[in-house]
Structures are given as C-alpha cells and as structure tokens.
Design a protein around this ligand. Structure first.
Ligand SMILES: [Zn+2]
Length: 323
C-alpha cells in the first residue's frame, strides 16, 4: 500500500536580465536611501536634480530586469512608480509610508529615478539596489515541535542527483540538516540515489519526475501498515532560491518548502489554512517564506495594509493550492 502526500503549487519561472541604464543630460543624483535599511525603518528616496518641479518618478522593482531604455520592468505588478514631491528647489523626494511592502517585507529591491513625460531622451537614472533587512533578534528559529506538530524520528539520505544549478551540494546538505533537526529528523550522508523512488532507502532530493505546478512530493511507503520508507522529491525544474538571503519575487524559497515537507515526513499530514503562522500552510507563493514565527512573509495575509498602501500596484507573488 502506498500513501502519497502531495503539495501542489502552480508556478512559472522568470529569468532576470540586467542591462546598463542609459545616460542622461539632466542630472539625477541620488542622496537617499542607503543601500540597506532595517524592516520598518523610515525610508525616503531623495534625488538632487535640475529637472522640472515634481517631475521625478521613483520606480521600484522586485527584480533587476530593465527595458531597452534602461527602465526597470518585469511582469505586471512586480514594479511600481511613485511620483516624488518637491522638497527643496533642487531636491525631489518620496517618503515611503510605513505600511508599504518596501518597509515591511525584508528582501532585495531595485530602484531608480527618472523624469516623467514622453520622448526618447527622457532622463533615466541608474539602477540601485535596496536591501531591507530583518534584525537577527527578530528571527524565530529552533524546534518546530510541539508547537506546529509532532516530533519526528526518521532519518534520510540527502540526494545530490538532479541538483539545480543555483544550488551547491554543500548548501543543500546544510539546509537539509538544519531543517530536518527542527522537526527532530536526521539528515544523513549524501547519495546519488534519486528521491521519490521506492527502493528501500529514505531519500530527500530533487527529481525530474515531479510535474510542473508541484513543488514537492513527500511519500510514505507502507508495508503491513508500517512505514518502510519516507521520500521527499522536490521539483528539479523549479526556480529555487537557495538562501540564506530572502527569495526574489519570482523565486520559491527552498528553506520554506523543506520545512513544510519535512513536517510531513515527521508525521504531520494536516495542512494549515493560508495565512496561518505555520510552516504547514497549504499555500506558498513565489517570493514568500516561512522560516520562523517572526521570520515570514505571505504576500496578501498579515500585510493587507501593506498591499492596500500600494493600491493596484502590489508587487506580484504566485499563490498555490495544496491538495
Ligand atoms: Zn503539504
């Protein structure tokens, strides 16, 4: 007899490309923000410029893809424009409201200033990176049992077969080990055996047999009512974010998926509803994560105010349903 626990997730990858921004005659000198801010900290974009009054627009994107003019672009909803206000004679600023995703979601963003209006020689400033950090003290880590489910005791091999190019063997082994430990499981030595095949060995790794739309399949193989093998097959073709930095808006956070699937391997088969503060949520979107009770981001849940602050310009994330 065979019981299959399946996590079904809709997905489509997006490659990010970078091109240099074009030069401009009008000066757009960035004075703020710094390259990195803490989550929740005040955030202001300030541009020293001789451009006409209140003509500067700040564009912020979840990725660094730019169009042929050097303007940040990407799928609809993955970037936003905000007009700057004249603060001084030669200074235009955008003060970001506290509820904005930019102050609430830790992660990496890209931004630039440009002068609004039509025309080929529209001044477009260079692209800069902005990292919003989560203070270490706010990261909830440690054991996930008994709070989120029961403690497991199984051990499994870590397969290096079909490893995505974005992920090193060492990183995968480390992630498997640390996430397993949080459920009381034990990640053993590495193997070339492919995960998700009934062969008498419990294996976690990547598989090319996991269909598109599914992030991972955790399978318990039973004989005479006893579990004889526990496998976890992750979809090899997914756009995985290996961490430890947060996933991009079109990437799937590997750590979050491991925490979810290994929760199943520990014997917790029930899902929690979308937006519950739990690693076993039935839904995970691209750009989202749950790594701890205070280290999580679900695009449209606790942050309804953040989304509404951006009105229709909400940054994109994919959502998925698990059966
Ligand atoms: Zn699940």
């Amino acid at each position: 007899m065979r019981i299959e626990m399946r996590s079904v997730l809709a997905s489509f990858g997006l490659a990010l490309l970078a091109f240099p921004a074009s030069a401009s005659a009008v000066e757009l000198a960035y004075e703020a923000p710094a390259a990195s801010i803490s989550r929740g900290a005040p955030l202001m974009f300030a541009v020293r410029t001789d451009a006409p009054e209140s003509s500067v627009v700040v564009r912020v994107s979840g990725g660094n893809l730019v169009d042929e003019d050097g303007l940040l672009t990407g799928p609809e909803g993955s970037w936003l424009d905000e007009p700057a206000k004249q603060a001084l004679e030669d200074l235009q600023v955008w003060s970001v409201p506290n509820a904005s995703i930019l102050r609430q979601r830790p992660g990496r963003y890209y931004w630039q200033a440009y002068v609004s209006g039509e025309g080929d020689d529209r001044p477009i400033g260079p692209v800069r990176q902005l990292t919003v950090t989560l203070p270490a003290a706010e990261r909830g880590r440690g054991n996930l049992y008994p709070k989120f489910g029961k403690k497991g005791s199984a051990s499994f091999l870590v397969s290096t077969a079909n490893l995505p190019a974005s992920l090193s063997k060492t990183r995968f082994k480390t992630l498997a080990k640390t996430t397993a430990k949080r459920w009381g499981l034990k990640a053993g030595t590495t193997t070339k055996i492919v995960a998700g095949v009934q062969d008498g060995r419990s294996v976690a790794g990547f598989s090319t047999s996991v269909p598109s739309g599914t992030l991972g399949v955790q399978t318990d193989y039973l004989r005479n009512g006893r579990v004889i093998e526990r496998d976890l097959a992750l979809r090899a073709g997914e756009t995985w974010a290996a961490g430890p930095s947060y996933p991009g808006l079109s990437e799937i956070d590997l750590e979050s998926v491991l925490l979810h699937e290994l929760g199943h391997m520990a014997g917790n088969k029930q899902h929690q509803s979308r937006c519950a503060n739990s690693p076993l949520d039935e839904v995970l979107g691209a750009g989202e994560w749950w790594r701890g009770t205070r280290d999580q981001w679900f695009g449209d849940c606790a942050t309804a105010s953040a989304a509404s602050a951006l009105k229709s310009k909400r940054l994109v994330h994919r959502t998925v349903t698990v059966d």
